[in-house]
Write a protein that binds this ligand. Structure first.
Ligand SMILES: Cc1cc2nc3c(=O)[nH]c(=O)nc-3n(C[C@H](O)[C@H](O)[C@H](O)COP(=O)(O)OP(=O)(O)OC[C@H]3O[C@@H](n4cnc5c(N)ncnc54)[C@H](O)[C@@H]3O)c2cc1C
Ligand code: FES
Length: 364
């Protein structure tokens, strides 16, 4: 297949080998990748795609947020090198234009319904690579809600480690007066004392007080490490923000209780059965057996290798399904919001049945 062929695979449900058409070197340790557009490419602001590659025959899947304007901006992602990180080190050091990477998506809930006729105020916070979904949300809101305004705090170690800086400044120039950006550096002094140093609770209270991180807004979007998001969120709630208006996205969680294996455990005649079930996936019902130690995803994946997953640690929500019958215990949940839970969704990578029958619907 030449790099100009547009794959016709449905990349929402199946990996498609897409060619990288451009690699921009952004900061010392990050790149911006553009892929050829798959046929009918559309996404919601704040969503991500899953990239898959085999390293020494071991399959690795990683999520990367789309950093362009929805719904039809380019399939563009920005990857920051994580020290010792398998995928990000390869991508930032060795990946070449023209190479193909398996891509699936878009997916994710870090988004909201736009109201083009309304004037809304937004508060956003990004730390490091957390800017990637945030810039998509900012660009989309400014373009498609012409009366709305955005206040963004962007936390980085130093000015030189600030990803997507040019893109952000372009947006600020293009939508004059509607996008306010405060760059906060943790390891660099700036003229404004408020914008250099640890982003702790005291600083967030001060940022709210100074009007740089407004609490009286229609929507808040936060993306960064868990402790930072929690600190910022607590400060906003204390200043009057309704928690229901706060949307959060995590990129990583090293939590206890997660299931991180990439394939289901091997079972033998001695492994105890704890439940049986049925999964609806891509329009087809498949029966499965849950063995001691399995998550629901493990059990489904044993019968259906096309079961969707990426992080297997409760963060990305790729493995979500509707629980139609039975009950499960979710070890952790960083991917689903309260209204998803209320509608019966579970993260199957974190779910262990507490009933002898479970029915899940991945298409629901
Ligand atoms: C929904 C979602 C969207 C994401 N979007 C982006 C994005 O747009 N850009 C981007 O660069 N990354 C993004 N990530 C993170 C990305 O998926 C990978 O986790 C990251 O690139 C590291 O993968 P790796 O294989 O290089 O590291 P691994 O080999 O998986 O990890 C190596 C070590 O680094 C730690 N680690 C993993 N990720 C991070 C991290 N982000 N920060 C600090 N330590 C980490 C691990 O715990 C491990 O100890 C996103 C993650 C999620 C869940
Ligand atoms: S695979 Fe990421 S939350 Fe389950």
């Amino acid at each position: 297949m030449s790099s100009t062929d547009t794959p016709t695979i449905d990349i929402e449900t199946t990996f498609a080998p897409l060619a990288v058409t451009e690699i921009e070197h952004d900061t010392d340790d990050s790149i911006i990748l553009t892929f050829e557009a798959p046929s009918g490419w559309r996404f919601d602001h704040g969503q991500h795609v899953i990239l898959r590659r085999h390293f020494d025959n071991v399959e690795v899947r990683r999520s990367y947020s789309i950093c362009s304007r929805a719904p039809d901006g380019p399939l563009r992602v920005s990857i920051k090198r994580v020290p010792g990180g398998v995928f990000s080190t390869w991508a930032t050091n060795d990946l070449q234009v023209g190479e193909r990477i398996d891509v699936m998506g878009p997916s994710g809930h870090f988004t909201h319904d736009l109201l083009p006729a309304k004037s809304q105020r937004y508060t956003m916070l990004a730390a490091g690579s957390g800017i990637t979904p945030i810039i998509s949300i900012v660009a989309t809101v400014l373009e498609r809600e012409p009366a709305s305004t955005v206040s963004l705090i962007y936390v980085n170690r130093t000015s030189t480690s600030t990803m997507l800086l040019e893109d952000l400044e372009d947006l600020r120039d293009r939508f004059i007066g509607r996008l306010e950006i405060a760059y906060l550096f943790t390891r660099e002094a700036t003229e404004a004392e408020l914008l250099s140093g640890r982003p702790d609770r005291e600083r967030f209270d001060a940022l709210i007080g100074a009007g740089l991180f407004p609490a009286d807004v229609g929507h808040v979007f936060l993306c960064g490490p868990m402790d930072l998001i929690e600190t910022a969120s607590d400060a906003l709630v204390a200043a009057g923000t309704d928690p229901i208006h706060i949307h959060r996205e995590l990129f990583t969680a090293d939590q206890l209780g997660s299931v991180r294996s990439v394939a289901p455990q091997e079972i033998d005649d001695t492994t105890a059965t704890i439940a049986t079930g049925t999964a609806t996936l891509h329009g087809r019902d498949t029966s499965f057996t849950v063995y001691e130690g399995d998550s629901v995803l493990d059990a489904v994946q044993r019968e259906r290798p096309d079961a969707p997953f990426s992080c297997r640690s409760g963060v990305c929500s790729t493995c979500q399904a509707k629980l139609v019958e039975g009950n499960v215990d979710m070890a952790v949940n960083y991917g689903l919001e309260q209204d998803d839970l209320d509608r019966g969704y579970v993260l199957t990578c974190q779910s262990r049945p507490t009933t002898t029958t479970v029915i899940v619907d991945y298409d629901g």
